[in-house]
Ligand binder design. Structure first.
Ligand SMILES: C[S@@+](CC[C@H](N)C(=O)[O-])C[C@H]1O[C@@H](n2cnc3c(N)ncnc32)[C@H](O)[C@@H]1O
Length: 263
């Protein structure tokens, strides 16, 4: 039976790959990576570097790119559009498994950060298994998330005492026009612009990070009203310079700041 290892590789620093992930990488005969095109080539380079650094037998594995299918980002029915996109991805993943992995081969999917956080690989795996054309067993190896690197670099606990943790997307923050009701903090991911720039709340602070964990890392923090424009400009400049950007930020209402101690 084929075996698939879904390996979280951290968000940008080969030192953030866990010992368990290194051992899993060393078992893989084929490493599958999703090729998002030139624009995101920085990510592929990092994955190559992780394989070079952490796989002991460099002749003992192959890297196979899986093309990313086109996605309808303007569809009115968001859930359906994502479902259709996942179907297309499942078909491409399945074809790659059939073509490149023997019946008893071991393959690895390298996943940015951790596979449980805003990543569709595990949903795709379920879809492939449901299609029934290529049976396999699979395991998930956790990785360090971009959220953990963000809080480490800003030297912050993620929650304050008794506070819940909320992780959301730029789209939801834009729709809500601020923090969701009843919350004093939220981590924002997947924000193509900087949705928080539209929030008028003098009590909010922001802790922002781009290319976290990599040599290109940029951190900005301060009162949202004071640094929002700076973050917007910095994002534009960085996107032009690198051709891509990934950023994450924590919004926090300071008036509720009871203590920096963790629970
Ligand atoms: C598809 S999600 C993947 C998240 C990933 N699974 C994780 O555990 O961090 C992509 C989003 O993660 C965040 N992200 C991932 N890597 C990052 C990095 N190195 N620096 C800043 N943000 C990052 C960004 O918000 C980006 O839009």
């Amino acid at each position: 039976m084929r075996e698939i290892l879904v390996i979280g590789i951290g968000p940008g620093n080969p030192d953030h790959v866990t010992v368990q992930a290194v051992e899993a990488l060393n078992r893989a005969e084929v490493v599958f990576v999703v090729d998002k095109g030139d624009e995101k080539s920085g990510l592929l380079e990092l994955r190559d570097e992780i394989c070079r650094r952490h796989i002991r037998d460099q002749a003992g594995y192959r890297v196979v790119g899986i093309p990313e299918p086109a996605r309808d980002r303007k569809a009115e029915d968001y859930q359906r559009a994502v479902g259709e996109w996942h179907d297309k991805r499942a078909a491409l993943f399945e074809a790659a498994l059939l073509e490149h992995l023997d019946d008893d081969g071991i393959g690895a999917f390298l996943v940015w950060g951790d596979p449980s956080l805003y990543d569709s690989t595990l949903r795709i795996i379920d879809r492939i298994l449901a299609r029934g054309a290529v049976p396999f067993e699979y395991r998930v190896i956790p990785g360090i998330t971009s959220v953990q690197v963000l809080t480490a670099q800003h030297r912050l606990p993620l929650n304050r005492i008794g506070e819940q943790i909320h992780i959301t997307t730029g789209r939801r923050i834009a729709d809500a026009g601020g923090l969701p009701a009843g919350l004093d903090s939220a981590v924002v991911m997947l924000d193509a612009g900087f949705a928080a720039a539209g929030i008028d709340d003098p009590e909010l602070s922001v802790y922002w990070g781009a290319y976290l964990g990599s040599p290109d890392e940029v951190l900005i923090s301060g009162r949202l009203g004071d640094v929002a424009e700076h973050i917007v400009r910095t994002k534009q400049e960085l996107r032009e310079r690198h051709g891509w950007i990934m950023d994450t930020y924590l919004l926090r209402r300071d008036a509720q700041d009871r203590s920096r101690a963790t629970e």
